[in-house]
Design a protein around this ligand. Sequence first.
Ligand SMILES: CC(=O)SCCNC(=O)CCNC(=O)[C@H](O)C(C)(C)COP(=O)(O)OP(=O)(O)OC[C@H]1O[C@@H](n2cnc3c(N)ncnc32)[C@H](O)[C@@H]1OP(=O)(O)O
Length: 416
Amino acid sequence: MSLDVRTVTASDYPDWLRAVQNGFLTAGSPSEDDVAERLADTDLSRIQGAFEAGRCVATFRSFAQRLTVVGGATVPADAISGVTVAPTHRRRGLLSRMMATDLAAARERGEVVATLIAAEYPIYGRFGFGPATWTTEWEVSVHRAGLDPRRSGQPADGGRIEMVDGADVRKYGPELHTRLAALRPGVVSRGERWWKRHTGAAVTPAHEKWTEPFYVIHRDADGEVDGLMVYGTDDKWGDAKQPLNTATVRDLIALNPAAERALWLFLCSVDWVTTVRSGYRAPDDLLPLLLPDPRAARTVSHADWLWLRLLDVERALEARGYEREASLVLDVRDGGGVAEGRFLLDVSPDGTRCVPTTRSADLTLGAGELAALYLGDESARRLVDLGRAEELRTGAAATADAVFRTGRRPWCPDIF
Ligand SMILES: CC(=O)SCCNC(=O)CCNC(=O)[C@H](O)C(C)(C)COP(=O)(O)OP(=O)(O)OC[C@H]1O[C@@H](n2cnc3c(N)ncnc32)[C@H](O)[C@@H]1OP(=O)(O)O
């Protein structure tokens, strides 16, 4: 039977969406409302499908995104999502084919990186991606945390926590997120639909159950909104009538440590809440260490999160900021792909320059390893010790670490 791999049309879209849903192991088809709402927010020219006998058997989607890099600039990113191949058609190269088409188009459009959240670790390294941010989720036993149970949920520094509703979150959230993006490498842009979906103002897919969460904002002492938290609770009680609620954070944006601290302490002060589940946070979030007893926070998940693929090494390395001056020659291996080459990174008071060079290399590494270093999270020394990078000049890994690494780790709050 012949297989047609092509760009999807509006009439293909319901079946394409059904294939995505089924590929992610949810049976059935999406509702007409869900299809219509997603279609309105979709650039069909960036959606690929493989069709056989009139049925979609593989899916691939990309969309325009901005990624914050070290120093606060953003670069245009090719965000990849909805990658599925039906179990009947796996391991015949369909993903490889659609990925090659998409990355070539992204490079043509001038996008600097490609981004994705990997369903499984082993899938995307072969396509030049590397894990650029990691995430940690904690579960806090509130009674063990050593917090004074008599304290109020309000901060003592003049700031204020207010309970609000979904419409307030749609009002304050986008600007807060934009301000967060200027501060934190790894943050990716959020469209309007994200805010609607996460505040109950969009159609809920038939297979998902929407429950209204609680919404709170934090104001600083001048009344300016500088934090936001969305959390749900589960209404659990013990046999002897003890409250045993778990509060699970769905979203938490804090523009400064005071707001971050106030939001966590607020949640740990809600009566009946005995467990706080943090949601996916930066591995160096303030949460565990701000508690008097950080061991009350058990790590329940720690894993790779945002994967990156550099599409334009020169623009990518010139876009980010560096803590110190440097001159480093990187030999990047990319299987002949777009990141392949030898590049001189020159950081000086006059600015940053990254250009192809014939000078001898200091460090040689794969495209995925360069992606892992790019936002400052990975250590060049560790990559050399793992045998994934080679130091051609003594001290080059230490220089790379001094140049690339950051004080706080990059973090991507979103899944897409
Ligand atoms: C960004 C996102 O959307 S993440 C979501 C990814 N999707 C899923 O996890 C849904 C379930 N899985 C699938 O739909 C499919 O198995 C996919 C999309 C992961 C892979 O699609 P395929 O068409 O089978 O991949 P393709 O045939 O191009 O494989 C290319 C290579 O990757 C390897 N590979 C593919 N998937 C995996 C995997 N899950 N684990 C390990 N290796 C893998 C293949 O073995 C092949 O290796 P080879 O070149 O050495 O032979």
